[in-house]
Design a protein around this ligand. Structure first.
Ligand SMILES: Cc1ncc(COP(=O)(O)O)c(C=O)c1O
Length: 379
């Protein structure tokens, strides 16, 4: 069978299971707790130990993590959140869900990530939070901006949906002292099926996150089983992580070293194969510190759309992560001109990237990209 015909190559992304997830779900199913339960708490503790932090709060999705993280940081109506337009729409929807307004900023097109100077330039008296998006898993160090942010009472709430396991210096993303939000969706570095988590900065913030995710109820699930009433002391949603999802995450966490090694090896194989191909530029993932979630390239000279369709015709599942958000109808009220992002949005293309892929497949895909570009040049 040719590599082109392989469904692994055809898909841009695909969940990866290590074995053991099905048995873990079966066991959680028969335990009979589906909203929130002991397995969810076990997963929270395992995540905290892995990251080297005191506490982690698990929720139903990465989007819920961002929403809860913003609310816990005190973000609400009348506030602005500085956010790159170049992200998944979930980032922006979470800001709107918190009642705040996005203030869109540019990213560095070489990395897909926001720079400290860009953040500082976008602050207004209404800014209450900054939400850097760790594109493709790459950590973002905003420390040069931190003194100014701290002085103005502005919280950093990271969208680390794609960055589980990545490093910032000596610490994992999530252990750097800001509010960090992860996604454990189907194609993330670690999947729970669906799921997410917030790394809070203090025990108080952890408590607020737990109330926000659990309908505002003060007592823990265990405590509620022992008392005749309970207390609701504020707004809350039902966005807990089900033990069925947590059970999958626990198995995945045990095998995470494999994700780290495979994803880096695959990204490096792409980087080597792409080296010297004219007309494309690899978005730098800082692979030595990152557990890559994507392999993104920029297709130069206005050829992205044609190359994209040519690759689909060749059976290669390319995708676009992401069309900019500031030009979306839903976010028109917060539009501001962002020429760098608009240009990047017309160039960006992601290559198939998941743990089922081999280095040979990456070379094959790159060969198809080279052929598609050559066909374009000859037109
Ligand atoms: C950058 C980014 N932010 C937020 C999310 C939302 O995460 P979830 O799909 O788990 O809600 C995703 C996931 O797709 C993402 O890639």
């Amino acid at each position: 069978m040719s590599i082109t015909a392989s469904p692994d190559v055809a898909r841009n992304a695909r969940p990866y299971l290590y074995g053991g997830e099905e048995a873990a779900i079966a066991s959680a199913l028969s335990a009979g707790q589906y909203n929130h339960g002991a397995v969810t708490e076990e997963f929270e503790q395992a995540l905290a130990a892995f990251l080297g932090v005191p506490d982690v709060v698990a929720v139903a999705s990465g989007t819920a993590a961002l929403h809860v993280g913003l609310l816990a940081a005190g973000v609400g109506p009348g506030h602005e959140v500085v956010v790159p337009s170049f992200t998944f729409c979930a980032t922006v929807q979470a800001i709107l869900a918190a009642g705040a307004r996005p203030r869109f900023v540019e990213v560095n097109p070489d990395t897909g990530c926001v720079e400290p100077a860009e953040v500082l330039g976008a602050l207004t008296p209404d800014t209450r939070a900054v939400m850097p998006v760790l594109y493709g898993g790459r950590a973002i160090d905003l420390s040069p901006a931190r003194p100014a942010l701290d002085e103005q009472g502005i919280t950093v709430v990271e969208d680390a949906a794609q960055a589980f396991g990545s490093w910032q210096g000596e610490r994992r993303v999530g252990a750097t002292g800001v509010v960090t939000c992860f996604s454990f969706g189907p194609i993330k570095n670690l999947t729970c099926g669906l799921g997410g988590a917030i790394v809070p900065r203090t025990p108080l913030e952890a408590n607020i996150c737990r109330r926000l995710r659990g309908l505002g109820i003060v007592e823990s699930a265990a405590r509620r089983a022992e008392v005749t009433t309970y207390t609701i002391d504020g707004f809350g949603m039902r966005v807990q992580m089900s033990p069925l999802n947590a059970a999958v995450g626990l198995v995945q966490l045990v095998h995470f070293a494999e994700a780290e090694t495979r994803r880096r090896a695959l990204w490096r194989a792409y980087a080597a194969a792409l080296d010297g191909i004219d007309g494309v530029s690899l978005v730098d993932a800082d692979v030595d510190r990152t557990v890559p979630a994507l392999c993104a390239v920029r297709v130069l000279d206005g050829r992205r759309d044609r190359v994209f369709h040519a690759l689909l015709e060749r059976g290669i599942g390319v995708a676009v992560h992401y069309p900019p958000n500031h030009t979306q109808p839903a976010f028109a009220a917060w539009h501001r001109p962002l020429p760098v992002t608009e240009h990047l949005g017309g160039q960006i293309m992601t290559l198939p990237f998941h743990q089922h892929l081999t280095e040979a497949a990456a070379e094959h895909i790159t060969g198809e990209l080279r052929a598609a570009l050559a066909a374009e040049t000859d037109r």
